[in-house]
Design a protein around this ligand. Structure first.
Ligand code: SF4
Length: 213
């Protein structure tokens, strides 16, 4: 399905100008494009090979990622690793990042509760995501959840109707649409959790053809 033909011109990512990921990360460490840098511990930039065939894009770093300074190292990241393996994908050969690079949260006593980034924060941070895509030039981008999808393709492309599809927007690598693994962690009923996890693995499996041997 071609996003441009169905929805009009795809969302165009503005992007920073850098020739490699180290340079880009260095630039992002001084970012003040939105307010989120003020309360987070540190920038959580993407990680992985500059030659990765597949780029995974999540929402934003969580509590554990904010402390570690690395993406997808908390419970959702561990679940993602298991599901990638079941789907036949090698995470060490993927580039993993988030739509928003600083942790947004609300303090509750000693805890910090995840708070969803707003449209302005996502748009401002797409400056970095667009440059990551430009530098890595993946064969496929996997949008993990609605925030990643919004950052990549704009507001007109919705997760539920496009779930499991590989969209082919103009001037953009193909985008596989699926959920964020944290969705699976919030399901209380175990049969439903198992069923949803199997669908997620099925979605990820569609990416295997983009990771050569
Ligand atoms: S969240 Fe993104 S845009 Fe906002 S300050 Fe951090 S790096 Fe910059």
């Amino acid at each position: 399905m071609n996003v441009a033909s169905k929805f009009g011109p795809a969302f165009t990512l503005e992007s920073a100008d850098a020739t490699n990921l180290d340079q880009l990360r260095h630039q992002a460490e001084g970012c003040t494009r939105c307010e989120l840098y003020k309360n987070a511990t540190q920038l959580v930039f993407g990680e992985g090979s500059q030659k990765a065939e597949i780029m995974l894009v999540g929402e934003q770093p969580g509590d554990k990622e904010d402390i570690a300074g690395r993406p997808f190292v908390g419970p959702a990241g561990r679940l993602l690793d298991l599901c990638l393996e079941e789907a036949g994908l090698d995470r060490s050969r993927c580039y993993v990042t988030n739509a928003v690079k600083h942790f947004k949260f609300e303090p509750r006593g000693k805890r910090r509760l995840h708070s969803k980034p707003n449209a302005g924060e996502i748009q401002r941070c797409s400056w970095w995501l667009g440059a990551e895509i430009e530098i890595v030039q993946p064969k496929l981008v996997i949008a993990l959840g609605a925030t990643a999808l919004y950052s990549l393709l704009g507001a007109k492309v919705k997760l539920t109707p496009e779930r499991g599809h590989i969209l082919t927007p103009a001037n953009h690598p193909p985008v596989l649409v699926t959920i964020h693994p944290s969705f699976l962690l919030r399901i209380r009923e175990s049969d439903d959790a198992d069923r949803q996890r199997a669908i997620f693995v099925e979605d990820l499996h569609k990416a295997a053809q983009y990771q050569g041997n």
